[in-house]
Design a protein around this ligand. Structure first.
Ligand SMILES: *[C@@H]1O[C@H](CO)[C@@H](O)[C@H](O)[C@H]1NC(C)=O
Ligand SMILES: *[C@@H]1O[C@H](CO)[C@@H](O)[C@H](O)[C@H]1NC(C)=O
Ligand SMILES: *[C@@H]1O[C@H](CO)[C@@H](O)[C@H](O)[C@H]1NC(C)=O
Ligand SMILES: *[C@@H]1O[C@H](CO)[C@@H](O)[C@H](O)[C@H]1NC(C)=O
Ligand SMILES: *[C@@H]1O[C@H](CO)[C@@H](O)[C@H](O)[C@H]1NC(C)=O
Ligand SMILES: *[C@@H]1O[C@H](CO)[C@@H](O)[C@H](O)[C@H]1NC(C)=O
Ligand SMILES: *[C@@H]1O[C@H](CO)[C@@H](O)[C@H](O)[C@H]1NC(C)=O
Ligand SMILES: *[C@@H]1O[C@H](CO)[C@@H](O)[C@H](O)[C@H]1NC(C)=O
Ligand SMILES: *[C@@H]1O[C@H](CO)[C@@H](O)[C@H](O)[C@H]1NC(C)=O
Ligand SMILES: *[C@@H]1O[C@H](CO)[C@@H](O)[C@H](O)[C@H]1NC(C)=O
Ligand SMILES: *[C@@H]1O[C@H](CO)[C@@H](O)[C@H](O)[C@H]1NC(C)=O
Length: 410
């Protein structure tokens, strides 16, 4: 009850102050810090493991005799030593498997400077494998990540990369300094037979907080080069999957709604046109990102962006539809799959002044890499500026006329 009413209150506050928040973020850049959890990768061994089991690949944890540093657990939770049947993001590492009713939680205290709220984003890396190996599972359980302001299901996907593990970005919440937040990760399956289910194995959870700092670069779009998103894992070459997010304020890609699934890519492992991060639209036709900005009615604006490929062997025509207000235009680049970016711009006039103007980038492309992973167009470095349009010129001439009129009247 307490958590649902606080969620509601928070959502209402966010909705009513949305235009203000957008305005506040118009001229913002961000500071962030990562790694706010204890034992985030489960590399600290549980205490009192039964000696005869300590080298097994799966070790059932007993709630009465064992503790998992940093975490509380309930239900069926197994400690995992990666080996023959389990392949984790890092070789030789450890993880926890959440079996039937398996649940782990950790509380953390929010940080930051007083008076300004921070956004909390989680990167969770999950592997699926049947317990004991050799068994074929017919269904996969989801790992459910929840906090007082959010609940996200993370489930296994086929065809997103060739690796047995996947990383997902999750929006947790938006909190001021000094709040105590309980992060819960649990298993969830609709299949009644636990033996035929692949239970999720959580390899690591990386928590990041980020807040806006004053800056002004004349760009009217928030998070325009997608630098504010979940934290990348140092050694991961696969990027981070971001699932559907309807509200731009409760999205792992801050200030942007997500339609379908996109891949959040880092410059260490992909071609990224600007900064350290970009997005690759991988889920095919009509998927992508969208935001909305308050603009002055009738004024002219220019939307500039970079379209390209991520250097992940995605070969073919990469096409998107860019929308700004009521203007829709298609753009295409030819990709060798070796990393390239081309800058485009479109000019449009803002419509009704009462509703924010929608800005979106949707894919028209469904492609796969040589390794069989879904891939698609990369978008980055989106810039929205007021154009020096006719109306502005008219105002200038009108002002000049007034000034001359005033001078001649004296
Ligand atoms: C050791 O592991 C096996 C299977 O992995 C399990 O059945 C058994 O209960 C474990 N022993 C202890 C003491 O946890
Ligand atoms: C957990 O340990 C307690 C105390 O040793 C024991 O009584 C209990 O049976 C164990 N539970 C399981 C599920 O192994
Ligand atoms: C883990 O080690 C095995 C064998 O040494 C190797 O084949 C595999 O590619 C390694 N995986 C990673 C992610 O490094
Ligand atoms: C997990 O949640 C319980 C309350 O449900 C709390 O008492 C416990 O301290 C939490 N565990 C951690 C490690 O924060
Ligand atoms: C699992 O599936 C594979 C391929 O479908 C099959 O060859 C194998 O025998 C199955 N294993 C079990 C234990 O059912
Ligand atoms: C990244 O990989 C290097 C080399 O394999 C290894 O030494 C390092 O510990 C890894 N770092 C992390 C955070 O996994
Ligand atoms: C792409 O999506 C649009 C709108 O949903 C639809 O009209 C169109 O037919 C789709 N194109 C393809 C090739 O599926
Ligand atoms: C963009 O391309 C799609 C698919 O070819 C087409 O249906 C749509 O009408 C085009 N939109 C514009 C604005 O040209
Ligand atoms: C594609 O490859 C050809 C030949 O290697 C090269 O000349 C061309 O510039 C490449 N195009 C792009 C967009 O990278
Ligand atoms: C693409 O990746 C290869 C290595 O995988 C690298 O050598 C090359 O510089 C990258 N190209 C771009 C444009 O980033
Ligand atoms: C002139 O500028 C004002 C605000 O500075 C604006 O409200 C008005 O619409 C502009 N007039 C024209 C004709 O563009």
């Amino acid at each position: 009850m307490a958590s649902s009413s606080s969620t509601k209150k928070n959502t209402m506050r966010l909705q009513s102050s949305a235009p203000l928040l957008l305005l506040h973020l118009l001229m913002a850049r961000f500071s962030s810090s990562a790694d706010l959890l204890q034992n985030p990768d489960f590399e600290s061994l549980p205490t009192n493991l039964p000696p005869e089991n300590s080298t097994a690949e799966f070790i059932p944890l007993n709630q009465t005799t064992t503790t998992l540093p940093g975490w509380t657990f309930e239900g069926t939770v197994l400690y995992v030593n990666a080996g023959k049947t389990v392949s984790l993001q890092r070789n030789g590492s450890h993880a926890v498997q959440l079996g039937p009713d398996g649940r782990i939680n950790q509380t953390f205290t929010t940080e930051g400077s007083s008076g300004s709220a921070s956004i909390y984003l989680l990167t969770i890396t999950v592997t699926y494998s049947a317990v004991g190996g050799g068994r074929n599972c017919t269904a996969s359980a989801a790992a459910v990540v929840s906090a007082p302001d959010s609940r996200t299901e993370v489930y296994q996907r086929d065809g997103y990369d060739g690796k047995p593990w996947q990383s997902f970005g999750v929006y947790l919440g938006n909190w001021e300094e000094g709040e105590v937040v309980d992060l819960v990760i649990e298993s969830m399956s609709s299949d009644p037979d636990p033996d035929t289910i692949c239970w999720p194995i959580v390899d690591s959870v990386l928590l990041k907080s980020a807040r806006s700092l004053a800056s002004d670069n004349g760009n009217l779009l928030p998070n325009q080069d997608f630098e504010l998103g979940p934290e990348f894992l140092t050694n991961s070459t696969e990027g981070i999957l971001l699932d559907q997010a309807q509200s731009p304020l409760q999205s792992p890609l801050t200030q942007w709604s997500i339609l379908g699934t996109i891949k959040y890519i880092d410059s260490d492992h992909f071609f990224v046109p600007a900064g350290n991060a970009a997005i690759e639209i991988i889920a095919g036709n009509s998927t992508g990102i969208q935001t909305a900005v308050p603009l002055s009615q009738g004024s002219s604006y220019t939307l500039k962006f970079t379209l390209g490929d991520a250097n992940d062997s995605c070969v073919g025509d990469l096409s998107i539809t860019a929308q700004a207000g009521s203007v829709l235009k298609n753009y295409t680049v030819q990709s060798n799959g070796t990393g390239s970016g081309q800058s485009f711009s479109m000019t449009f006039e803002a419509g009704s002044g009462t509703t924010p103007t929608p800005i979106s980038f949707l894919s028209l492309t469904a492609l796969q890499t040589k390794a069989g992973a879904f891939c698609g167009p990369v978008i980055d470095d989106v810039v929205l500026r007021a154009s020096m349009g006719v109306r502005v010129a008219m105002n200038w001439s009108f002002l000049l006329f007034l000034a001359l009129f005033a001078a001649s009247a004296v």
